[in-house]
Design a binder for this molecule. Structure first.
Ligand code: FDA
Length: 500
């Protein structure tokens, strides 16, 4: 398909969108390079062999977003919207199609908190850290259930669901969205009423990049107690870890929903290590009482804990995961090359199952397996309420994380990850093997590219991994509201389902 750069740029200029940085033909300008890499998290997608956008458009207002989308549609440019740039597979920063641009929402980061209605309008370009800080400026008694890393963008995070320390109490971020402003595939700006119930359903968890550009979200704030207590407890010793994991699988998904305990398994030699870390919605004495009753093996003592308020908990958790205590800071300095895959567990993994995991994890000192409990309110929300289907019957979600620091290690690292994923097959959910769209994984399959390089016959039943039966409704919604596949990427919702 022929696309002209001049016509796109003159359309943008005529529309008053002037904050556009072009890739220069010979070498990239320093500004282009630093803007492109600013929020891009996975260094694998910053490499020179990866396709780069022709232009970075940074709208200053919602009118600019509308105009940018209209110009791209009119002049047939593939556009990728970027909010926080945290896509595991770099989908907001690169494409399979050489002719694409990025609409980066970093300047649209406003948060308007209304304490009378206990709601807020948050622009997609805000990070979750900016959102938490804006809420905390107004109140210590309300918060919002969203991710732990403060630099995650609201736009992509809410589009894919949003799991957090508050998920067992309040569900996904997307469960707490009550309205949204979207620029759709006709270039129209619509709200919940204007887009209709199907699109409003799809954009709360059906994955970013398929439905249009969400400019802002109206969210419900959630009530929190005056005190919350966060904790982190490390363990070593194989037998001890084995017993603890066994107990954790029984307790963490079923315990009082005010208590959230994640398990971190750290790989490497001479032995793997375990840590439990989490949050309790209540005071330290109440936490110790509850843990003594339900999970005494954890050995939790006051020295492992920090009693604070909700925003204090988010700062503590951010810092203990290596992030800045300044939650408004948009730049994540600890970037790496990484591959992450996800699984959901429906039956506890046996001790012998974990033995095999350890053996593989001993090979990689930069490997981490993160086990995050579900249960609580997640069991009571119907699996068709939103695109995210993994509710009742799912005990916890796993993330297998491997980081490395240079491109030469790509092949070996990716093949190690395949080995681990293959090994865990019998221990995790099946038919289909469940995955979480915010932990995006292109190994599951890709979307046929209509105007691009791959064929239409390519199987795309991977959508069932993320969405189970909800995948079929997502495909119908896509057909109805974006039949020309204007909003597309390597794993956007396809127009039809082709299985293997
Ligand atoms: P990015 O800007 O890369 O967007 C992701 C996708 O959504 C892209 O396809 C993009 O085009 C699309 N998109 C972005 N903005 C859009 C908009 N306004 N309208 C429509 N489409 C849009 N997840 C989780 O559930 N809980 C967690 O605790 C964490 N923690 C975490 C930590 C770290 C360090 C990383 C890198 C990631 C996570 N995640 C996570 C995963 C995270 O939720 C996921 O990567 C989100 O998609 C990131 O959203 P961004 O806006 O940052 O990404």
């Amino acid at each position: 398909v022929f696309v002209s750069t001049e016509t796109l740029i003159s359309c943008l200029t005529r529309s008053g969108v002037t904050n556009v940085t072009l890739r220069s033909s010979s070498s990239s300008s320093p500004n282009y390079d630093s803007l492109l890499k600013f929020s891009l998290q996975n260094l694998r997608y910053a490499e020179s062999n990866v396709l780069k956008p022709y232009a970075l458009i940074i709208p200053h207002s919602k009118e600019h977003v509308v105009k940018s989308v209209q110009c791209c549609i009119q002049h047939r440019w593939e556009m990728h919207v970027r909010s926080g740039g945290h896509s595991y597979e770099g989908l907001s920063s690169t494409s399979r199609n050489p002719n694409f641009v990025i609409i980066d929402l970093m300047e649209l980061d406003g948060v308007l908190v209304d304490m009378r209605s206990k709601t807020a309008w948050v622009e997609s370009g805000a990070t979750v850290g900016q959102l938490y800080s804006a809420i905390a400026d107004k109140t210590a008694r309300y918060g919002f259930p969203a991710g732990i890393c403060p630099t995650i963008g609201v736009g992509g995070h809410l589009s894919g669901g949003g799991l957090s320390l508050l998920s067992r109490k309040y569900g996904l971020s997307a469960d707490n969205v009550v309205n949204a402003l979207l620029v759709d595939a006709n270039g129209n700006l619509v709200d919940r009423e204007g887009m209709g119930p199907d699109v409003f359903w799809a954009l709360r968890g059906g994955g970013g990049g398929s439905w249009g550009v969400v400019i802002s979200w109206k969210i419900k704030l959630v009530k929190l107690p005056p005190k919350t207590t966060v904790f982190n407890v490390p363990y070593t010793g194989r037998d001890r870890i084995n017993n603890l994991l066994n107990r954790w699988q029984a307790v963490a998904p079923s315990v009082d929903e005010n208590l959230y305990i994640r398990a971190f398994l750290f790989g490497g030699n001479p032995e793997v290590k375990l840590a439990f870390s989490g949050m309790f919605l209540g005071s330290l004495p109440k936490l110790l009482q509850l843990v003594n009753k339900t999970f005494p093996e954890m050995g939790l003592v006051a020295a492992n804990c920090n009693e604070t308020d909700w925003i204090g908990s988010m700062i503590y958790t951010a810092v203990s995961n290596g992030y800045s205590p300044e939650l408004r800071n948009r730049f994540l300095s600890t970037k790496s090359y990484f591959k992450i895959k996800s699984d959901f567990v429906t039956n506890p993994i046996s001790a012998s199952g974990f033995q095999g995991v350890w053996k593989i994890m001993e090979e990689q000192s930069n490997s981490i397996m993160i086990l995050a409990p579900l249960g609580g309110i997640m069991n009571r929300i119907p699996s068709t309420q939103l695109p995210f289907p993994h509710r009742v019957g799912y005990l916890y979600v796993i993330q297998y994380v491997l980081t490395w620091n240079e491109r030469t290690k790509d092949a070996q690292s990716l093949s190690w990850m395949q080995k681990l994923y293959k090994y865990t097959t019998p221990y995790v959910s099946k038919s289909p093997r469940a995955a979480y769209v915010n932990y995006l994984d292109l190994d599951l399959g890709t979307t046929p590219a209509i105007n691009g390089t791959s064929t239409l016959e390519q199987p795309n039943s991977w959508g069932y991994n993320y969405f189970a039966e909800n995948f079929e409704r997502l495909v119908q919604v896509k057909n109805q509201f974006d039949p020309n596949n204007i909003f597309r990427n390597a794993q956007s919702i396809p127009l039809s389902i082709t299985s293997t």
